[in-house]
Design a protein around this ligand. Structure first.
Ligand SMILES: [Zn+2]
Length: 452
């Protein structure tokens, strides 16, 4: 087995992946807070960690990918009040939208997608341990973590106490022993329409504790990889680490992996900045293939530029791959081109360097074109790790839809005739994941490429 090295934020070093048990690799990545449709920036960890899991499976590991859904949170209460709707159905609707939008990336689903609201028992149990150990205290139905009880607090984010603003604002300020402390549980307040019973009073969990509880439930303590956006290092991940370390006497994870932020117009893509594009709109406009290729064009740790220019380049890349695919023959690739395939996988094994891996793909394509097309096996193997192998067979020889896509179109028409709208929508999404959009024409529905 190839040695895989990944950058660990806590040590600041590349560290070899060394699973606890045999080939099993647990990966936990923090997922969305479901109060609105997700934007392209929110999709980056989904793409990075889905592709990392695919790569690990290719290398002979047995990965388990967990991406949670935060379905109880201040942002959800605020959005529900603004929309004049109850918070629970809003969270449910946005969870479904998140799953539909990320389905269209065509990278499969994580192995588990736990909800905070379904993890309350484990959260209450974990908070109880922290209270028993004197690392937490209850005040008026709230429970706070006593940050100074953890001598290693700050070891992940490398911050000094004066830089440790928990981002909880004035909320609970007068109830905290120390401004550094953060909420594990929040007593139910006016205008909040969901709550659960706990020994210290009715309320709902704070954000950080849910991830410690869900990760431990599904992967145990000391699992292999914890991921998320670099904006989560502090306070979210620092707090997750402190909670588990204090309650269990062991580190939550072995390697902390953080992805860089998406940049649009020179700023981080964020709802608060107002420069967001929904993942749904991005896929509608540019096509799923170009969006996935754009993601792998930047190394996961670097900021990623989302602009007309980078998107146009990704779309050109998709076209180049499709054109090269038309020359390919099914079957083994030439032996003397194997070093290019090896370069691809070596780049991924070295901190998941997708831009270098992609450069090996382009060299492979150039060489294949120069020879008038070669056996496709190696290219298919490389692209399947990135979830882009559909480019090798998404269209027939004439550049139109292949037989599989045509069959899906026919099944969608049958579903519509039977008024089975859910099935019709599901097939439409499946076609979209392959890069096809259904358009009605004078002669009936037809498939057109989703790219412009
Ligand atoms: Zn988290």
């Amino acid at each position: 087995m190839r040695t895989i090295r990944l950058h660990d934020t806590r040590s600041g070093e590349l560290r070899p992946l060394t699973p606890r048990n045999g080939d099993a690799v647990g990966i936990y990545a923090c997922g969305p807070t479901v109060y609105a449709r997700i934007h392209v920036g929110n999709a980056r960890p989904f793409v990075v960690f889905s592709q990392l899991a695919r790569f690990l499976a290719h290398e002979g590991y047995d990965p388990t990918l967990v991406i949670n859904v935060t379905d109880v949170n201040d942002k959800i209460y605020t959005a529900a009040v603004a929309g004049g709707v109850p918070s629970a159905p809003l969270a449910e609707e946005m969870t479904a939208a998140y799953k539909a939008d990320t389905d269209r990336l065509g990278l499969g689903r994580p192995d588990a997608e736990p909800l905070a609201t379904e993890t309350i028992d484990s959260i209450v149990a974990l908070i109880s341990v922290l209270l028993d150990r004197g690392a937490a205290y209850a005040v008026d139905g709230d429970v706070y973590f006593r940050v100074r009880s953890d001598p290693e607090y700050g070891s992940l984010s490398k911050r000094r106490p004066d830089q440790m603003e928990q981002g909880e604002g004035v909320e609970g300020a007068e109830r905290k022993e120390d401004p550094l402390d953060f909420a594990l549980w929040k007593a139910q307040k006016e205008g909040e329409d969901t709550s659960w019973d706990a020994p210290w009073g009715r309320g709902r969990p704070g954000w950080h504790i849910e991830c410690s509880a869900m990760a431990e439930d599904l992967l145990g303590v000391g699992f292999e990889i914890h991921g998320g956006g670099s904006d989560l290092i502090f306070p979210h991940h620092e707090n997750e680490a402190a909670q588990t370390r204090t309650a269990r006497g062991a580190e939550l994870t072995r390697i902390w992996m953080h992805n860089g932020m998406l940049q649009l117009g020179g700023e981080k893509m964020a709802k608060s900045v107002g420069n967001i594009e929904s993942l749904h709109d991005a896929i509608e406009t540019w096509g799923r293939d170009a969006i996935v290729l754009l993601f792998v064009s930047s190394h996961y740790r670097q900021p990623m530029q989302y602009s007309e220019e980078t998107l146009a380049a990704a779309r050109t890349g998709v076209r180049r791959l499709r054109e090269a695919a038309r020359l390919l023959k099914p079957g083994p690739s030439p032996e003397d081109m194997a070093p290019l395939r090896d370069r691809f996988f070596a780049a991924l094994a070295d901190d998941f360097r997708t831009p270098e891996a992609l450069a090996a793909v382009w060299d492979w394509v150039r060489e294949s074109n120069r020879r008038g097309g070669v056996g496709s096996d190696d290219l298919r193997e490389m692209l399947s790790v990135l979830g882009l192998d559909n480019l090798l067979d998404a269209e027939g020889a004439d550049g139109g839809p292949d037989a599989g896509a045509q069959e899906l179109l026919e099944r969608r028409e049958q579903a519509r005739a039977a008024r089975d709208w859910a099935e019709a929508d599901r097939i439409r999404d499946e076609l979209a994941a392959q890069g096809w959009q259904v358009r009605d024409s004078a002669t009936g529905p037809e498939l057109v490429r989703t790219e412009r």
